[in-house]
Write a protein that binds this ligand. Structure first.
Ligand SMILES: Nc1ncnc2c1ncn2[C@@H]1O[C@H](COP(=O)(O)OP(=O)(O)OP(=O)(O)O)[C@@H](O)[C@H]1O
Length: 312
């Protein structure tokens, strides 16, 4: 079997005469967290819709787990969790009903669907909203529910389309922790974004798409060629944050500088950092004003080499 969980050959999509995706050769290794990075309108959603069988390619091949999309769609879908960019339909269902229903569609028994729905509502932070209707939710809460939906049935591959676009900085940080944790549990994750710093802190592989074409693909580390384990954080109470950080085994150093807290991490435990820090910030009721990698070498390289303009 191929080592690639997702592999495409010359994947191409025209809408009428308009070419939106052209000759894409994606290679997503097993166990990778693969960032599909590109500016707005580059063709990410169109590509993802083809990968998940929602849209038929004009031509080209897609293999997922070695199986052909769309020919073996049903078998593939059973192993994939998909988080679409668009908001949910099912407005009148409660979160609990919706997730249970999605679990049933994935082939789970009623009891198992209920068990997983409960577990995933807690995991994604919407447990206390279980009996709220989808239409009553904020866009960030909906995004958490869609993430829970993608995780129903414990899929081996997650395809996430701009999963954090409606989350606040704290929600984004939590999300990074969860993705790293899922990757550590052996899942392959394909995640699209137009935010370089987010891909940089979450992903170990990257594919860069511009005007429908893949212009770079590979390991993030090979591309940036330096370790990126320094983060800048601004919260409402820096001394509390410093006291917390200095107790952690994964923090090599933490200090205050020019109004922000700089933290140097041990990269082996990044997921612990991304899980524990948001929990701490929330429990201490601190306001998170800034969180980003200290430098963004990837952003600089991409701008210089490919002349792509990025926005936060
Ligand atoms: N059904 C369609 N018919 C015609 N054009 C389309 C259709 N769907 C998408 N497009 C166009 O294809 C281009 C790529 O769109 P796509 O949504 O794939 O980009 P994207 O990289 O996901 O961008 P964003 O981050 O803004 O969602 C856009 O210019 C869009 O207007």
């Amino acid at each position: 079997m191929s080592d690639y969980v997702i592999e495409t050959r010359n994947l191409t999509k025209f809408f009428g005469k308009r070419n939106v995706v052209y000759h894409l050769n994606l290679k997503v290794p097993r166990g990778a967290v693969y960032g599909f990075l590109g500016p707005n309108g580059a063709g990410k959603t169109t590509t993802i819709k083809m990968l998940t069988g929602a849209l038929k390619p004009t031509y080209g091949e897609i293999k997922i787990f070695g199986m052909e999309m769309p020919r073996e769609r049903v078998e593939i879908i059973g192993k994939v969790g998909y988080m679409p960019e668009k908001p949910l339909a099912y407005d009148d269902m409660t979160i609990f009903e919706f997730l249970t229903y999605m679990g049933r569609l994935k082939g789970l028994s009623r009891e198992e669907a209920i068990r997983q729905a409960r577990e995933l509502m807690a995991y994604t932070g919407v447990g206390r909203l279980a009996f709220n209707r989808i239409k009553e939710l904020s866009s960030g809460q909906r995004q958490r529910v869609i993430f829970a939906m993608a995780l129903m049935g414990d899929p081996e591959l997650l395809i996430l389309d701009e999963p954090t676009s409606n989350l606040d900085p704290l929600g984004r940080m939590e999300f990074t922790g969860k993705v790293l944790e899922l990757a550590r549990a052996g899942k392959t994750i394909f995640v699209s974004s137009h935010i370089v710093s987010e891909i940089e802190r979450t992903c170990n592989h990257v594919g860069l798409i511009k005007d429908g074409q893949l212009i770079e693909q590979g390991r993030v580390r090979d591309l940036i060629n330096i370790e990126s384990t320094d983060y800048d954080v601004v919260v409402s109470d820096a001394s509390k944050l410093l006291a917390f950080l200095r107790e952690k085994v994964y923090v090599r150093e933490a200090w205050e500088e020019e109004g922000l807290v700089r933290v140097k991490l041990d990269e082996r435990f990044l997921d612990d950092f991304f899980l524990e820090l948001p929990a701490f910030i929330a429990s201490e009721k601190l306001a998170l004003k800034l969180f980003k990698p200290h430098t963004s070498p990837l952003e600089r390289i991409l701008t210089e080499r490919f002349n792509v303009r990025w926005e936060e």
